[in-house]
Design a protein. Structure first.
Ligand code: ARG
Length: 476
């Protein structure tokens, strides 16, 4: 297929011979940066038009150039044009493709640009595009959580702090507490996208170009808000990579918390949730086992997401301006972060939407561990007892029950009187999980009213993300 002889190195002129094998093997990035090819081609189209506008390509040359880029794009998509290991990187491989199609004319496109501004542009385009794909997968998981939450607005559960029974909550409220961070993550992705929507093309190697280029036109064609203000910053800035990795790390941390809870919920000790067979795994030796591997992988994969962020920040620390080859190390961590989330999120969504919640077990566990003690203290407060005293009195009642190994509602009228003159049998009206939940009517609390409100608001917010999540960044 290649019409040109040997590798299409972009920098051969001043070198006596080819690179040592060890250098070539270290230097090559095409095996991972090839996924930038469609973005590189889109940027090439914009650059070709600008070269024509500057009088550096005539109308016929521009036409042939654009046709060759279209043809190369289809060939890449169909797998008919592939990079070889001789191609140092995606830019080299695509220039070879262009030379194969156009001969000498293919060599004109490199005027006024450098791999330094190209790679920064390509990576921004790739990430802006894939941020939307990640957002779509986050929406899918949030949808699954919302749907389950809708079924369990009125399902009491034992709310935990320190993994100890604390106060009863609605299980719907609990599930929605996993939706809220995802809504913030979606917001983070869109905030990030606003800052990332700046085009480095035109920065050249670092100093801009002496040719009459039009960075604003290129930026516009590629869906960016504006070109960079400073060409040196344009080729050196990888804030957008680090910030993207922070967001994917935080998503990973959120998913790991959900994963850990599902591991607990599905344990025999809790027994609150049963996973669908399609979303659980077995053991090669113990026939009875049903494991929550998806949830565990959610926990485990947070490690590599955080690792990617740390790798990139560490790589960037202390780098002098402008482009340094260290920066080639920015790509694998973000590609891995995108791949990881695109694998993990649909699996989690499927696991959540198909799980069976054991309402009976949750309801039975809700009042256990004196979780209604705060209701007693609040009851005393409503009677005018200072909370400090109410806390002491209720603590005394709990101590009595703990010694007798009974629950709060099991004590006799005489016991109540013995613990405190302020207690009387009417306190029993607050000693039910239902009344504890019903009493919580303030916004954001766990009563059925506020939880239904929260569900509505969260679902409206989520609807607002759907369109953004399927937007195309690079127009054809
Ligand atoms: N493969 C390189 C990277 O990913 C492209 C830029 C190379 N620029 C250079 N001056 N060697 O960073």
């Amino acid at each position: 297929m290649p019409e040109t002889e040997g590798p299409t190195r972009l920098w051969g002129g001043r070198f006596a011979g080819g690179p040592a094998d060890a250098l070539a093997r270290l230097s090559v990035s095409v095996h991972f940066d090839w996924r930038l090819a469609p973005y590189d081609i889109a940027a090439s189209r914009a650059h070709a038009r600008v070269l024509a506008g500057a009088g550096l390509l005539d109308a016929d040359e521009l036409g042939r150039m654009l046709a060759a880029l279209d043809d190369l794009e289809s060939a890449c998509a169909a797998g008919d044009f592939r990079p070889t290991i001789e191609d140092e990187d995606v830019h080299t491989a695509l220039e070879r493709g262009l030379l194969e199609r156009l001969g000498a004319l293919g060599g004109k496109l490199r005027a006024g640009r450098s791999r330094n501004d190209q790679v920064a542009t390509d990576l921004r385009l790739y990430l802006r595009d894939h941020a939307r794909g990640v957002a779509a997968a986050v929406v899918e998981l949030a949808d699954a959580l919302l749907e389950q939450a809708g079924r369990h607005i009125d399902t009491p559960a034992p709310g935990l702090t320190h993994v100890q029974h604390a106060q009863p909550v609605s299980f719907g409220h609990w599930l929605l507490a996993h939706v809220q961070p995802l809504l913030r993550d979606l917001e983070r992705l869109r905030d990030w996208d606003e800052r990332a929507a700046i085009s480095p093309l035109g920065s050249g190697a670092l100093a801009g170009s002496s040719l009459p280029l039009d960075p604003a036109a290129v930026a516009k064609e590629l869906g960016f808000k504006a070109p960079v203000q400073n060409s040196m910053d344009g080729v050196a800035d990888r804030d957008f990579v680090a910030e993207f990795l922070f967001i994917t790390s935080l998503v990973g941390v959120h998913l790991s918390r959900l994963g850990e809870e599902v591991v607990l919920w599905t344990s025999t000790e809790f027994g609150w949730v049963i996973l669908d067979d399609a979303f659980a795994t077995g053991s090669s030796i113990m026939p009875q086992k049903k494991n929550a591997d998806i949830a565990e992988l959610a926990r485990g994969k947070a490690g590599r997401l955080i690792g990617g962020l740390v790798a990139v920040l560490t790589m960037l620390k202390g780098l002098p301006l402008t482009y340094d080859r260290d920066m080639q190390e920015d790509k694998e961590p973000v590609f891995d972060a995108v791949d990881t989330l695109q694998l993990l999120l649909p699996a989690l969504a499927g696991m959540i939407s198909t799980m069976t919640v054991r309402v009976d077990k949750l309801a039975a566990a809700a009042p256990v561990g004196f979780s209604l003690a705060t209701e007693v203290a609040d009851w005393l407060v409503r009677k005018g007892v200072p909370f400090r005293d109410a806390h002491e009195i209720t603590g005394g009642l709990v101590a009595l029950c703990a010694a007798r190994e009974c629950e709060l509602e099991d004590v006799t009228d005489d016991d109540l009187k013995t613990v405190s003159e302020h207690l009387d049998p009417s306190v029993r009206e607050v000693l039910s999980v239902r009344s504890a939940l019903a009493a919580r009517t303030t916004p954001g609390s766990t009563g059925p009213g506020p939880v239904a409100d929260q569900l509505r608001t969260a679902s409206d917010k989520l609807d607002g993300w759907r369109e953004w999540a399927i937007e195309r960044v690079v127009p054809r």
